[in-house]
Every structure is written in structure tokens, then in C-alpha cells.
Write a protein that binds this ligand. Structure first.
Ligand SMILES: [Zn+2]
Ligand SMILES: [Zn+2]
Length: 367
């Protein structure tokens, strides 16, 4: 048992830095010393809504400190990035190639903790303590499944690696894996925060001729231009049906965009990408809106596709190395996404900055 500091949610909407114990990894598990953990809207939502105690955080990078007897992917001392949709490799969806929606290990599999990294590996006051997304990255040490780690080169900064494990993967993968964007096409990106900027740079990199960034905030549009946007449109708050935005998109593209990606997590904008794509175009809901919304089925006319990929359809062992190669070739901007870093004790400042739109991405750094 190792004593370590971690951010613990109390299941009642509060959290604090506490001392916990981390055990030894089981045969298919890895113990990690976390060096960086991204701060995500999902962390805030989970603290507010999950009525249980758990270690916060699902975007992490660090150093392997111990491995189970059957682990072959990594060795002690390796640097790794973590993925939060952990494939089992055996189930129907894994065999179909849909590792991100694994029927045994994915956060959407609905199995509770069955088959996941054992909860007894982390303790508080001698009671087993769950880890957010079976990772619990806002902790100096944690235990995860071997399938949750991908080895990375040692010259990649930990903060940069940590953000690849969530927002970068989600934005980039929605364009590359889910939409399979074609070179020379046109793409709208609605919302230019941490996820949207990655959709912008993926679209540019995949060869989109027109990358149209849409936001209510001029500063965010300026940022989007730096990541490869060719056009920017300011959306007015009261134009919820995107009537004016759609008109401007048609002025740029002629018939409407080939693709539109919704990256805002605002339920009222769940149908917005449909308003921007041409007939038989592809609308992608990236942000994971789950609320009930009203919309006009005419928006689907004609032959439009609407998809909502989870986690950019992440295949971690395939996609993370690709993303880091693009980063090393200076094709993908990752360091530039990190607006600010925080000590674990200053997490509240990080949440405040995130919730008030002051940062694209904040990261907790561990000494
Ligand atoms: Zn996240
Ligand atoms: Zn599976």
C-alpha cells in the first residue's frame, strides 16, 4: 500500500484533496505515477451528478511504477497516456473494431464495475474507493487496466499527452474516424473551445478547402484561425435555429457545407449541424448531448446523415501514436491548446476558469 494525495468527490457535489492508499496492480493492471491530468467539463459534471465517492479525473499521463504479472505492453519507467474507454478486445463491439463502445469496459456499457480495474486497488480510510472512468487521474498514483495505457516517447510533455486522452481525441477522431472527411470539402465547426479547436485542425489537416469556425465569441474565432480555420462566423445568441448562420454558410459554400460538427454541449444546438449541411451532407454531434430537444424533421431533408460518435471512435493503440506523430511534425498544435496549468490544490480556480470560458484547456500538474 502506498499513501498518496488525490482529489476525492464526496458524492454530494463537493470535492477535496485527501490522503488515500493505492495498492499493487493485479495481473492485467498497471500502477501509474500521474504527472498531468486535464481538467474537463465531464469532471465538473461528475462531481455534481454522480452520487458516490470517487477519485476525480479521466485525462492523464504519467510514468509506470509497477506492472502486473501478465502485462506486456509497458514496463516500469515507461511514459504513458491513458484512454478512458477501455477495450476488452473480446466482445462483439471490440471484434467489430468499435473498441470505444466495448460491451464490457466502455463507460457506456452500463455494467457498473464488472470486469473493470478492481475498486479495491484504491482505498480511503480502509474502504475501497472507485476511480472516475476506472482511471482516477487526479491522484499522485493510480491503478488502471493494461488496455487503458499507451506508451509515448519521453520527449512529449506530460501535460500535452494528458489532453490527447480526451478532448484532442474526441475532436480529431470525430473528423478523421467518424466523418472520414474528404480532401477539398467544406466543414463547419460549431463552438471553438478545447474540443472544437481540434476538429478545426483535423479538418484543415485532412485537406478541407473551407474550414468555417462558428462561435459567439470573437476571441475564440481568432484562436480558431490560428488552428487552421479559413472562415469565421459570429453566431448571435438569439439565433438558436441558426437561420442567420446557415445563410452565411451558404454564401461561403454555395449549397451548404459537406460536414458540420457540433462541439458546444449546448442542448439547444443539438440540431444545429443539420441546418448547416447540404443535402446528403454529414452532421456530427461531437459533444455528447443527451437531453431531449425539439427540432423540425425537415432539417434532415434530404438524405442527410446525423452521427454522434463517442470519443472520436477512439482506437487508442492506433490513434494516439498517429496524433503524436502529427504533433512531432508540427502538423497538430497541442501545446498551444493548454492555456493554463494548476497545482492540485488550485483545482477550483481551474474549474472557475473553464466554466467561465476563460481557458481552452487547463491541466493539473503533479510534481
Ligand atoms: Zn475529458
Ligand atoms: Zn470489448
Amino acid at each position: 500500500m502506498q499513501t498518496t494525495k488525490a482529489v476525492i468527490s464526496d458524492g454530494k457535489g463537493n470535492y477535496k484533496v485527501s490522503t488515500i492508499q493505492v495498492g499493487k496492480p493485479a495481473e492485467d493492471e498497471v500502477q501509474i505515477q500521474i504527472k498531468a491530468s486535464g481538467i474537463c467539463h465531464t469532471d465538473w459534471d461528475s462531481i455534481q451528478n454522480w452520487n458516490k465517492e470517487f477519485i476525480v479525473g479521466h485525462e492523464g499521463a504519467g510514468i509506470v511504477t509497477a506492472i502486473g504479472s501478465k502485462v506486456s505492453k509497458v514496463q516500469v519507467g515507461d511514459h504513458v497516456v491513458l484512454n478512458w474507454a477501455i477495450p476488452c478486445g473480446q466482445c462483439f463491439q471490440c471484434r467489430e473494431g468499435n473498441l470505444h463502445i466495448c460491451e464490457n469496459h466502455s463507460p457506456v456499457c452500463g455494467c457498473g464495475l464488472k470486469g473493470h480495474a478492481h475498486p479495491e486497488a484504491t482505498h480511503k480510510e480502509n474502504k475501497p474507493l472507485e476511480r472516475s472512468f476506472h482511471l482516477g487521474t487526479m491522484s499522485e498514483h493510480t491503478i488502471v487496466k493494461e488496455a487503458a495505457v499507451v506508451k509515448i516517447d519521453k520527449d512529449i510533455p506530460f501535460a500535452t499527452a494528458a489532453i490527447v486522452g480526451c478532448g484532442v481525441m474526441t475532436g480529431w477522431g470525430s473528423v478523421i474516424n467518424a466523418a472520414q472527411l474528404q480532401a477539398g470539402s467544406s466543414a463547419c465547426i460549431i463552438g471553438c473551445g478545447g474540443v472544437g479547436l481540434n476538429a478545426v485542425q483535423a479538418a484543415k489537416l485532412a485537406g478541407a478547402a473551407q474550414v468555417i469556425a462558428i462561435d459567439i465569441n470573437q476571441e475564440r474565432l481568432e484562436q480558431a484561425y490560428k488552428f487552421g480555420a479559413t472562415h469565421g462566423i459570429i453566431a448571435e445568441k438569439d439565433d438558436v435555429d441558426f437561420i442567420n448562420v446557415a445563410k452565411k454558410v451558404r454564401e461561403i459554400t454555395g449549397r451548404g457545407a459537406d460536414y458540420a460538427f457540433e462541439c458546444t454541449a449546448i442542448p439547444a444546438l443539438g440540431s444545429a449541424p443539420l441546418a448547416l449541411v447540404r443535402n446528403a451532407g454529414t452532421a456530427v454531434q461531437v459533444s455528447g448531448i443527451e437531453q431531449r430537444i425539439d427540432f423540425d424533421c425537415e432539417l434532415f431533408e434530404w438524405d442527410k446523415k446525423y452521427i454522434n460518435p463517442l470519443y472520436g471512435m477512439c482506437n487508442p493503440d492506433r490513434d494516439f501514436p498517429r496524433i503524436f506523430s502529427l504533433y512531432k511534425n508540427k502538423n497538430l498544435l497541442l501545446d498551444e491548446l493548454i492555456t493554463k496549468t494548476y497545482a492540485m490544490e488550485n483545482l477550483q480556480q481551474g474549474f472557475d476558469d473553464l466554466l467561465n470560458g476563460r481557458i481552452a484547456k487547463g491541466v493539473v500538474i503533479f510534481d
